[in-house]
Design a protein around this ligand. Structure first.
Ligand code: FE2
Length: 337
């Protein structure tokens, strides 16, 4: 689905011999009220079969292979990584309903997401890595961006890679978000490190070809007062004269004003406005703040809404985690890493 498409594309596909083939494409108006019901009937039954196979003992592993169309022995069992509360039919249904209930941005926050031994192994490995600030902050034309972080791009050698790059995880995240997986996808994953007194991230949206984002936090005993909060912003239809304007944010600027303005006005969010929006200043309303606490997963459908977000400056603690993106390689603007 393209964010700027006047209609939403429903791609109905199934896995055959390990390759996803588009079987049928329907076009439904975005405003169609029974969108979820149609999608549920057509596409998601297959997904549910997958999860009941992978997460319960009612089906054999062989069934799961049939559903995924993969060779025997290649299934990555989600139950070896994820808290079982999020793998039962009831647990999955609860998450999906919570996402449906969100009025604009479609997201959920899952606490205690990984099994303790898995998250602790990922964190122990993370502590051995070197992180590159320039690689995280340098944009087009070598401009330093107002996003204060450092990165190590994950690869197959990193602890957690078995989870990060698994097809089953892509399917699982899409299913939790009540959506289908694009026909051609890839995963990019930033292992992230933020220094004490990090200046924060200015309001931005992620690249249009990024279909899903999942952010995992590693930070034990993190309080809201420690800062580093993930903020979600909604562009408002109304514009108030008294809203303070914030534009052309400098990369060395500490963004404390993000804590002080639950409504602000800007015409320069990172990544700009969606291409079909008029180019004009808009009021942005703060709608949620996520504390970056240990073993907390923020999962969000970026195709459902641009999902403008920011990070507040942090205090005296190091802040760590990872960011997972599911890329839609079929998107016309797809550029990859
Ligand atoms: Fe982002």
């Amino acid at each position: 689905m393209q964010r700027d498409d006047p209609v939403a594309q429903l791609c109905v596909y199934r896995a055959e011999a390990g390759l996803h083939e588009i079987k049928r494409v329907e076009r439904l108006p975005v405003e169609t009220k029974d969108w979820d019901e149609k999608r549920a009937k057509i596409g998601l039954q297959e997904g549910y079969g997958l999860f009941s196979s992978l997460t319960s003992r009612r089906h054999s592993r062989a069934d799961a292979h049939v559903i995924l169309g993969q060779e025997e022995g290649t299934i990555m069992e989600l139950s070896k990584w994820i808290n079982s509360n999020y793998l039962t039919p009831e647990g999955i249904a609860d998450v999906r309903e919570s996402v449906k209930a969100k009025p604009t941005m479609k997201y959920c926050v899952l606490d205690n997401f990984f099994l303790p031994e898995r998250i602790d192994a990922i964190i122990a490995h993370h502590a051995t890595l070197k992180f590159d600030e320039a690689a995280d902050r340098t944009g087009h034309d070598m401009v330093i961006l107002p996003y204060d972080g450092a990165v190590k791009w994950a690869d197959g050698n990193d602890v957690g890679a078995e989870f990060y790059f698994a097809e089953e995880v892509k399917e699982y995240f899409c299913y939790l978000l009540n959506r289908l997986k694009p026909p051609r996808t890839s995963v990019e994953l930033k292992l992230r490190w933020h220094k004490p007194h990090a200046t924060g991230f200015w309001i931005h949206s992620d690249s249009v070809w990024r279909s899903i984002v999942a952010i995992m936090y590693f930070n034990k005993n993190w309080k809201a007062s420690d800062g580093g909060l993930l903020q979600l912003w909604r562009p408002d239809e109304a514009s108030y004269d008294k809203s303070t304007i914030f534009d052309n944010i400098r990369s060395d600027q500490r963004l404390d004003f993000l804590n002080e303005n639950q409504r602000l006005k800007t015409n320069t969010p990172g990544g700009g406005w969606p291409s079909h929006w008029p180019h004009q200043s808009r009021d942005m309303i703060l709608v949620d703040q996520i504390v970056p606490a240990y073993n907390r997963l923020f999962l969000c459908d970026l195709d459902a809404d641009p999902t403008f977000h920011s990070v507040t400056p942090s205090c005296d603690k190091i802040r760590t985690g990872f960011v997972y993106w599911l890329n839609n390689e079929s998107h016309p603007n797809f550029k990859g890493k």
